[in-house]
Ligand binder design. Structure first.
Ligand code: HEC
Length: 119
């Protein structure tokens, strides 16, 4: 029994090693991009303009992240709160603080730039 447990631990450790290496590398932007793509994009759109394929049938309108009005001082807290609690037609997401940080990093590096160019 002990040996089986030992083997299981080794297998688990080997399985987790690449994940650990990746987070140590800290490629937050890429992580955020993937998370955004998997969780947010079908409503908020690939360009963050709120025109994702699921936006049309929704009663509410996903917020346009490429509008400079969105990027106010408290925006990081707003994004975090919205992810955790959801809002109107938007469901809450069970994401870790690191994942939320990565999404905010991705959004700031792409949509915020677009917003600045739009105005
Ligand atoms: C099912 C569609 C849907 C998905 C998926 C979704 N959203 Fe939203 N989101 C909305 C809608 C609709 C609103 C507008 C809510 C309202 O009526 O105020 C919104 C609003 C927001 C707002 C603005 C909140 C405010 O107070 O102005 C933020 C920030 C946001 N979403 C971030 C995200 C992030 C990050 C993800 C992915 C983790 C995500 N959303 C996934 C539909 C969605």
């Amino acid at each position: 029994m002990k040996r089986i447990l030992g083997c299981a631990m080794v297998v688990l450790f080997l399985g987790a090693a690449p994940l650990l290496a990746k987070s140590v590398e800290g490629n937050e932007y890429d992580k955020g991009k993937t998370l955004y793509k998997n969780n947010c994009q079908f409503c908020h759109g690939i360009r963050g303009d709120g025109k994702g394929p699921a936006a049309e049938p929704l009663l509410g309108h996903p917020v346009d992240f490429t509008n400079s009005k969105f990027w106010q001082d408290d925006v990081e807290k707003k994004i975090e709160d919205t992810i955790k609690k959801g809002k109107e037609m938007m469901p809450a997401f069970d994401l870790s603080p690191d994942e939320i940080k990565a999404i905010i990093s991705y959004m700031s590096h792409t949509f915020k730039k677009a917003a600045q160019n739009n105005n």
